[in-house]
Write a protein that binds this ligand. Structure first.
Ligand SMILES: [Zn+2]
Length: 145
């Protein structure tokens, strides 16, 4: 099944929670017009991609060694999680002059069963100037509140 990404107004607040307008934050990254300068920026754009169900962006920014198939991905992107909020809790490396980075975050979703919180420590590498998501280690089982 093909899921069409939602489109967001460039002037609306970016879903990643940066406080910036979407058009000055994750928008150009999702559109492929600009590359993420930092691992954190890539992480934010991947969260926004979940919000707008942009599976193409998720795959494009996933390291080929660990990326799922498009079909598996659209299944998980299209599930009943409604992603509400992203909190970046820690970053290490991942800067404009690094080739590796760690981003730890909490993502909050609403599901038909209630609120869920996902804490993950994600690893990123930069190849040919492009930050890529490699893997994530869950810090907790998604819990309900
Ligand atoms: Zn953003």
């Amino acid at each position: 099944m093909r899921i069409e990404p939602l489109t967001l107004d460039d002037t609306s607040r970016c879903p990643c929670g940066s406080g910036d307008a979407h058009g000055a934050c994750c928008g150009p990254l999702l559109a492929g017009a600009r590359r993420a300068a930092t691992a954190e920026a890539l992480m934010r754009s991947r969260f926004t991609a979940h919000v707008v169900q942009d599976a193409d962006h998720l795959l494009r920014t996933w390291h080929p060694s660990t990326s799922p198939s498009f079909r598996d991905l659209t299944r998980s992107v299209g599930d009943e999680m409604e992603w509400k909020r992203l909190l970046i809790t820690e970053t290490s490396g991942g800067g404009p002059f690094d080739d590796e980075g760690i981003v730890e975050f909490t993502a909050i979703a609403r599901t038909p069963q209630g609120r869920r919180e996902l804490r993950e420590r994600s690893r990123f590498v930069r190849e040919d100037g492009q930050w890529l998501y490699v893997s994530g280690e869950l810090k907790n089982a998604p819990s309900r509140h």
